[in-house]
Ligand binder design. Sequence first.
Ligand code: C2E
Ligand code: MG
Ligand code: MG
Length: 719
Amino acid sequence: MTTPSTVRTLKQTIVRLRDEKATKCQIIHALTDGILVLKPNLTIKSINDQAKNLLIHSAEPNLKQHSLSLFKNKKGTVSFKLLPWLERVKQQAHKDDEHAEHQVLVWRIHPKTLETAPLLLKATALLSKNGQVKNLLLLIYDRTLHVQIDEQKRLMQVAFNSLNGQCITNEKGFITHPNPSFVQMSGLSTQTLIRMTFTQWFEQYVHFKSVSTVTSVLATLLKNKTWSGEVEINAQTTRFDALISLSMLVDDEYNVEHYMVSIQNITDIKAAQLQIQHMAFYDELTELPNRRFTTEHLQLALNRHQTQSTYGALLHINLERFKTINDAFGRKTGDLFLSQTALALQSTLGSNHTLTRVGGDEFAIICSLHSTTLAKAHSQAIQLSHTICDALNQPIEIAGLTLHSSARIGVACFPENATDSAENLLINADLAATKAKQLKNSYKIYAYDPTLSIEVKKHRILEDALNQALAQEQFELFYQAQMGAQDALHGVETLVRWNHPILGTVPPNTFIPIAEENREIIKIGLWILTKAFHQAWLWNKTHPNLNMSINISPIQFHEADFVKHLIDLLKMTHANPQNLTLELTEGVLISDTETALSKLEALSQLGFKISIDDFGTGYSSLSYLQKLPLHELKIDKSFIARIPESADDIAIVESIISLARHKKLTLVAEGVETQAQVNFLRQQPVDIIIQGYFFSQPCSASTFAAQFLTQLSPLDAPK
Ligand code: C2E
Ligand code: MG
Ligand code: MG
């Protein structure tokens, strides 16, 4: 029977139960983790807001209807099926202990934002007293933070175990965690390290390069929370260059929590840097400083002398005949020759002079003379130049060869005025060395003076004028007679003349090198050949045996089309190649011998004769004489000039004569000016063709014809 008190008690119980249920509901919804209670058929009995957010993204939850976007992996390629998993939990409930938990980490990919989040799912089957599954409880934990922390830990571990030495200290600076690389680099044991502060370690084992003290490092660290710089670490057994990075970890109130020290061994980097620097400033072959180094150091020397009011000098050394050695014996020998020359030069110098290599066969010496006057610097530099010339005049032995060279030296003293610069000094010394080439003395040493710069300007003017000369018809061919036996006319050499309206007659020795430098000689040479072939054809009409010799520039000869041009010209002018001699110099024949040989053979086949001009002045490698199809040697006029006074020159001429006899070559002596020279040549056992002022000056075609071609000599009777 229901009494009022029973009703009241019941009502109170109902109210209490409702309150409790409401409180539980509130608690469940307030939880940051997701909670789902499922019925045995796996439909949702209750779910809190967090579970909706984490799992379902929907206000009307239904595990069956929603695609849950759950995956077994972070990449989202292997999907996770929640219901079958819960089904298995349910199935296993009887086998499990009471409240046994099943858990799995899955990845949820948000269907709209595609953000991934790791979720830990924990499922528990709730059983009734008779062992039936009453409900399934599914807890969902957001593991984003845990995963992030794990990732960071792994990252820290990898970083900490890197090849760089790293150590962490406590707030007092005591080393607490040295990584294996730090232990190894410090050369100390972990036990020793953890008994010291990092500053103690610095003081004992680290030498700071850019700053002087540990205190100043700490001051920067306190201010910026980081410091890094180059140091030298004196470990127990080794010393090495390192980069140290320091950082200070502080909390929000700027209390130090840790210091971190990181060391990177930069020995390799330093070595590579040095290597690069060496390559940029040093010459590989001779190991001497290069041109760049020269310019920089010269500028420093110049500044120093300017402030100290003292004087120094720059010597520019050019090797004579290096190109010939290179051409004749090959690059390898040339390289060895240069290295040996560098050594020979170095041995003549004291420590206050710097030897450098500024070009192929060009060296420079920056002399710190500390002279108090320019005149003293000048005389000291000239004296040093003499010593150098003496040293370089000595023959150098390389692989059984005895190679001779010599030096010409340009001297530029400094400072001369406030506007001096390293570049200008190098140019001036180079100019002086070029000028030294023209000296006839045994010491080819020339000191720069400002007139040289004027010469350079003149060179430029000539260069410009030369480019117009062909078009303006300023060239003319002159002819010089060559007399055979009984002083009968044998032939004629063509010699080009340049008549400039303002500059006057410019000699070929002046303009041909310029035309060769800018390759204008190719066009000029073709003009000369055309003119000479035509003249030869004209004169051969009345003097069919008259020979014409034509000078060929090496640049012209080395042109790929040279032979073809000659064939075309023969067709055009109808000249007879049997009456044409091509004069080449020794240098042409010994450089690129194979090509030269095939060209000469082709020319010989066509009927041309080949002569070596200025014979005896090139490199006396006579081996090429064996190989090449030659017809004539022209004894250089410098040997003829000192005959009959010079016994040496007589000996040279006699040996050329015997060589020509042996090889059955025609001999021409050029530069013959005196009766005594003619007598000497005529006494020789072979007929020598004589060319020189003694018989004729080079002259125009009409003068030559009037002088030599009016009467037919017996040799010239028409065939
Ligand atoms: P080279 O071919 O050895 O010519 C001989 C030089 O000696 C000529 O000088 C000539 O005038 C000069 N000479 C002739 N007889 C005497 C003498 O008795 N005593 C002295 N001291 N000299 C004498 P040139 O005409 O000034 O030519 C100089 C050089 O210029 C030539 O030397 C040759 O290498 C070059 N050259 C001249 N004409 C041409 C040319 O048409 N083409 C090329 N590529 N070079 C040329
Ligand atoms: Mg000649
Ligand atoms: Mg000559």
